[in-house]
Structures are given as C-alpha cells and as structure tokens.
Design a protein around this ligand. Sequence first.
Ligand code: RB5
Length: 143
Amino acid sequence: MKIAIASDHGGYALKEYLKQHLTKRGFTVLDLGTDSEESVDYPAFGRACGEAVAEGRADRGLVCCGTGIGISIAANKVRGVRCAVCTNAFMAEMCARHNDANIIALGGRILSGETAAALTDLWLDTPFEGGRHKRRVDALNDM
Ligand code: RB5
C-alpha cells in the first residue's frame, strides 16, 4: 500500500517521524513535502495530498500541521477525499470503521510521535464496517 504524506512547517517534525514509522511497517511512502521547518502555507500541501489520493497515485494519505485542522480543511476540498482530524484513539478507530477516512490529519503541536503513530496504526488497521455506514459515505462522495 502506498501512503502519500504532506505537512506544513508546524507538522514537519511529526511527518518525518511518521514517515519512518510507516516505512518500518512496510508501507511505500510518497512524501509531498514540506522539507523543512521554514514557514510555508498549509493549503497547498493539503491539496497535494488530497489530489494524490483522489487521483489514485496513493491509496491513503496522512497530513500534519500544527493542529491538523487547516491542512485537513484543504485536503477535504478535493473531491473524493474523506480526511479526518484525530486526537485520540476512539477518533482514529471510528474514522476508519464508520467514515472510511482515506486521509488522516494529525497535529504536530498536539501529539507526540508515539501517540500519532499509534493513532495512525489504528486508522490503517481498522476495517470499514460498511452496511448503513456505506450509505452515508456514498452520500459524502456524491457531494
Ligand atoms: C501554522 O502556524 C499553523 O497555523 C498551522 O500549522 C496549522 O495549525 C493550521 O491549522
């Protein structure tokens, strides 16, 4: 599975940490930047990750900014993206189980690397439940 990752400066350190974590787990990582802690604007990076997933260049996406909020808003502007900001284990599990989130957004100024890696694993390892949730996800996809 290929995972596209992107961040702004506020999420850069967390992105680098999670890149190593995903690589160790055997995933192929497509790093769309940013490449340092120099200040950049998160919309371009959220969009780049969203487009990579929506166009099928990656199977899933992971985005980081200071809170995860701004870059998630940007990713969600791309048709076909279901990007979920997660700050705890319940959110990470449910965004996979009920929302079939294809991108997770994590805050570099909120989460430790270890916690963010655990949330990422939960999201990746939890299957979508389908059933009544598929109807809702289909409605999201039609918007
Ligand atoms: C950048 O300072 C910060 O606003 C950004 O990383 C993010 O938290 C926005 O949602």
